[in-house]
Write a protein that binds this ligand. Structure first.
Ligand SMILES: [Zn+2]
Length: 301
């Protein structure tokens, strides 16, 4: 009896030792597995880190995408563009060295009225940059200022088109100064920088306004063609055709004004907004590149 109890005790002990050791071994195995997994994960991560961003894990992609949603405006706005063009005295865009000459400049005047922000979104979706020439009388409300800020943050250039769109040849020098300098002050207040380009209302300047614009550090330009302000072309289909062909037979332009360096005048108008995407696509189909206005030489450069 005693002997049996001893044997049982020994058996229990042996079984216990076996179980404990088995457990340990399992634990160790599991730890080993975990370690292996960790190593594999690290290896994968290292591998992924070496790969293109596109091949990273979904989670990383999501993070990047959400970052991109917040950042592209800033990145776009601060993006450094090499200066490769200048505006000549005919308002055409001319390559400085060996830049592609087959370019057009897009400009949107009398902004930001009703359509400028939508036009900016259209252009942005097409990766086409432009200069928005703005007026002070469209910058009275917080909403209008916010629209200007957004357009600037999207990477578009903001140009000065005078405070109240007066014909500069019909007002005295003091008024001309107010029309020009006060708007640059206002633009700076809204977007944090002064405009580098100026376009006079109706393209009408005085000697005084030309000098002042230069002193204010702005490049003065008119345009080479535009049709959206002529009544026969205040229609999206007709405007599209005229802008892409460069011809405006209904306003005595039976020949094409579309040529390398053309400076295209458009406005914050319903029909121009409606035609804008097709105008850009049509010009590109003809082999023209929409020039990035940040590549155009400014006064300090
Ligand atoms: Zn205007």
């Amino acid at each position: 009896m005693k002997m049996t109890r001893v044997l049982i005790s020994i058996l229990v002990l042996v079984i216990t030792v076996f179980i404990v050791s088995a457990c340990n071994s399992n634990n160790q195995e599991s730890e080993n597995n975990q370690e292996k997994e960790t190593n594999t994960e690290e290896a994968n991560n290292n591998h992924e880190a070496r790969e293109d961003e596109e091949t990273t894990e979904d989670q990383t992609m999501d993070e990047e995408q959400s970052n991109n949603e917040e950042k592209p405006q800033d990145e776009q706005a601060v993006k450094q563009v090499e200066v490769t063009y200048e505006i000549n005295d005919k308002s055409s865009v001319i390559p400085i060295d060996d830049a592609d000459e087959k370019v057009v400049l897009l400009t949107i005047d009398d902004a930001p009225d009703k359509y400028a922000l939508e036009m900016a979104n259209t252009l942005k979706a097409l990766d086409a940059n432009a200069i928005f020439f703005v007026n002070g009388h469209f910058l009275n409300t917080d909403e209008q200022k916010e629209a200007l800020k957004k357009i600037h943050e999207m990477g578009f250039l903001i140009g000065n088109h005078t405070m109240t769109h007066q014909n500069l040849t019909k007002v005295d020098e003091k008024t001309q100064r107010q029309e020009i300098v006060d708007l640059s002050d206002l633009i700076e207040e809204v977007i944090g920088e002064r405009p580098k380009f100026f376009r006079a209302p109706h393209g009408q300047n005085t000697n005084y306004s030309r000098e002042l614009v230069q002193k204010e550090g702005m490049v003065l330009m008119n345009w080479t063609y535009g049709y959206d302000y002529f009544s026969p072309y205040q229609d999206a289909e007709k405007l599209k055709k005229a802008m892409i062909s460069g011809e405006g037979p209904e306003v005595d332009v039976p020949y094409s004004l579309l040529k390398p360096g053309a400076n295209l005048l458009m406005h914050d108008r319903e029909w121009t907004n409606a035609a804008l995407a097709d105008i850009v696509t049509g010009l590109r189909d003809k082999g023209y590149t929409v020039v990035d206005p940040r590549a155009i030489k400014t006064i300090e450069q």
